[in-house]
Design a protein around this ligand. Sequence first.
Ligand SMILES: [Zn+2]
Ligand SMILES: [Zn+2]
Length: 329
Amino acid sequence: MAELIERRPEGLYVPAADVYIDPWRPVEKAIITHAHSDHARPGHRAYLAHPVTAAVLRARLGAHIWVEEKDYARAFRIQGVRFSLHPAGHIPGSAQVRVEHKGEVWVVSGDYKTSADGISSPIDPQRCHVFITESTFGLPVFQWEAAPLLAERLCSWAAHQLQAGCHVVLSVYSLGKAQRITRLLNEAWIVPYVHPAVAEMSQALQQAGVPVGNFSPLSALENRGETGVILVPPAAEEAVLRRLKGPVVTAACSGWVSIRGFKRRRNLNQGFGISDHADWPGLLATIRHTEATSVRVTHGFSGPMAQYLSENGLDARPLETAFNPAEAE
Ligand SMILES: [Zn+2]
Ligand SMILES: [Zn+2]
């Protein structure tokens, strides 16, 4: 029997509705879970996404793209198939996609996390028969510390470095993580200087009504002759470090810092395990909440996680995608 969602060379496909979800190759119609580049690819004829994601898509892919906007929990039909978007808690606008047809319900998680970040709608797990879950951190070694503790540690470390006369360069993904860290720093009375790539994303989110906090452009720091906390995407870090004058300390804010050797390989002074993905307990809790008896594991450690779920009584199997989340985040 044909499945409600299948994997095609272009990406996850809903045959009954002739629509793709987060396709990695150009298609006619694409439902997009969120605006990170491993999920939102250029070149689709029509996009459908949450309004916040739509705003970022236009900033990222061009104002000319065709985007149909759908709010959370508002059902809509495509060729008789019932769809709805539900918060995934990953970044502002991020959504799970619920698909219902002939009494069968599937949910595509997109990326998600279970802890609150102050800027994204908290995850709202949906009951379903089949759950297609991400597994970026789908190994038992990944267990995050409590978010408030991490925030406190990051802010006091940064404040201490500034007082000691050092610039603090924080390597953060430009969409989601950067705005979350901006808000955390603001609470400690620190207004970060942000790389233009971060500023562009912050402005797009701000225009879509997301409270992204206070930030200054990186260019302002160069004129002021004081030390600052600087948010840069990992790809731009080297160039920024070359231009800064005076002592500098560096840190990453990422789930990957809990991997042994990560800081050394990236030449970082400090690491904070602040992640926008669920850790191992968060993944398992979310899967349990869906009450799905069948789970497809994708986007990360899909093999080991599917095996664990199988050994624990679920019909679980890996579903490979074209993108490795480690490259994006
Ligand atoms: Zn993502
Ligand atoms: Zn992803």
